[in-house]
Design a protein around this ligand. Structure first.
Ligand code: PLP
Length: 401
């Protein structure tokens, strides 16, 4: 038993979490990515880097983010007590700023002039543009033309922050081709640029690096909860897209065998339809974007189209560490539908005056479902990964409010 929960530092030297992860990139990228790994391995131990990062977490992001006991919500459900880790209160309104600052600082320490990245709905783009403005480094974000038209406010934010937004007009003109476009731009000048991924996905060292930068969520939460309640929560949970906010919370609890850990995936219109993004629940081991993980794929191993009401969760792959944690049974992966997500969005807003991001509302939805089956002595800690301002127009239209 004890050995099962003694987690060795992960990943291994080759960037693998069990059989997942690794780095399978075209030869021209191999050298550039290997350079990032070497630089990060030395910088992550550098006291000056760690001090600068933690100073910015405190004085810029506003960390530590509080934990809030959602009493009216818990009472309304009538089961376990639900607590919220308030990542929505961070500067820019979500957890992404934690790794964006880490990546921008890394670029600075590596002596790079520019950060290059892609974005889907624009959340990673805005977080990177913010961090680059803060650190004083150029930022170039590749975004599909269709997404640019859909997400105008985020495009405006990036421009105001001094970031160059590159429209991607080939292929699907969405995230999938924005990834290729950003990779190409990075390869044109890896000497002066750093490629910055927006979740715990992609080739090694990104899943490790982004996890390290998000780990602060769980470190704080574990101490805060213990101080509030004199014990650890019975359950911790978070929504899983690529899995960065989830692994950020989970890491601090992996060696606490009494703490149940749950990742919540988007079940979209239902697991029995083809319109979902429940990668761990219905996918199979495979490869995507240069690494191995669970993938929603067709017979040929091509990634399937995915759907979620929360654009930050619709990805057909998932972080390699999550894939590993599922296989060894340390983390349980569940799902919530679009409808359950909308219900949780409205319930949390009206019971607590907290409007969650649609992504985060998936975790709240599953917590509400689970709480009913537990007793009032038990507790669930939910990572509220972001605030819902960005989703208001969509929800109002959808529900006809
Ligand atoms: C991007 C995003 C997510 C999903 O990303 P993960 O890497 O799975 O955490 C979740 N919540 C919010 C608010 C986001 O912006």
């Amino acid at each position: 038993m004890s050995t099962k929960f003694e987690f060795a530092p992960m990943p291994d030297d080759t960037g693998h979490f069990g059989s997942y992860g690794g780095s399978m990139v075209p030869p021209p990228l191999e050298k550039a990515i290997a350079e990032v790994t070497i630089a990060y391995e030395s910088i992550r131990q550098d006291p000056a880097f760690r001090k600068e990062l933690h100073t910015l977490y405190k004085h810029y992001v506003g960390r530590p983010s509080p934990i809030f006991f959602a009493k009216r919500l818990s009472d309304a459900i009538g089961g376990a007590k639900i607590y919220l880790k308030r990542e929505d209160l961070n500067h820019t309104g979500a957890h992404k700023i934690n790794h964006a600052i880490g990546e921008a600082l890394l670029a600075k320490y590596m002596g790079k002039k520019k950060v290059v990245a892609e974005t889907g709905a624009g959340q990673h783009g805005v977080a990177m543009a913010t961090a680059c403005a803060l650190v004083g480094i150029e930022c170039e974000i590749h975004m599909g033309q269709i997404d640019i038209e859909k997400e105008a406010p985020n495009v405006t934010r990036m421009k105001v922050l001094g970031c160059k937004v590159v429209p991607v007009t080939f292929g699907t003109r969405t995230l999938k081709d924005a990834v290729d476009s950003a990779f190409e731009a990075y390869l044109a000048d890896p000497e002066n640029q750093l490629y910055a991924i927006g979740s715990v996905v992609g080739p090694h060292p990104f899943p490790m690096m982004v996890r390290d930068f998000q780990q602060i969520i769980g470190e704080e939460a574990r101490d805060q909860f213990q101080e509030m309640e004199g014990r650890l929560p019975d359950y911790v949970m978070a929504c899983v897209g690529g899995g960065s906010n989830a692994i950020g919370l989970f890491t601090a609890f992996l060696n606490d065998p009494k703490v149940n850990i749950v990742g919540v995936e988007p079940a979209g219109k239902g697991l029995d339809t083809s319109e979902h993004a429940a990668t761990m629940t219905l996918g199979k081991p495979g490869a995507i974007h240069g690494f191995k993980c669970y993938v929603l794929q067709d017979e040929e191993g091509e990634p399937l189209p995915v759907h979620s009401i929360a654009s930050g969760l619709d990805y057909p792959g998932v972080g390699p560490q999550h894939s590993y944690l599922k296989d060894i049974g340390r983390v349980e992966y569940q799902s919530a539908t679009d409808q359950e997500c909308l219900d949780a969005f409205m319930t949390l807003s009206r019971k607590e005056g907290i409007i969650p991001a649609l992504e985060s509302a998936h975790a709240v939805a599953y917590a509400m479902k689970l709480a009913k089956q537990l007793s009032p002595e038990q507790s669930i800690l939910v990572n509220l990964s972001g605030r819902g301002d960005k989703d208001l127009d969509f929800v109002v239209e959808k529900l006809g409010l």
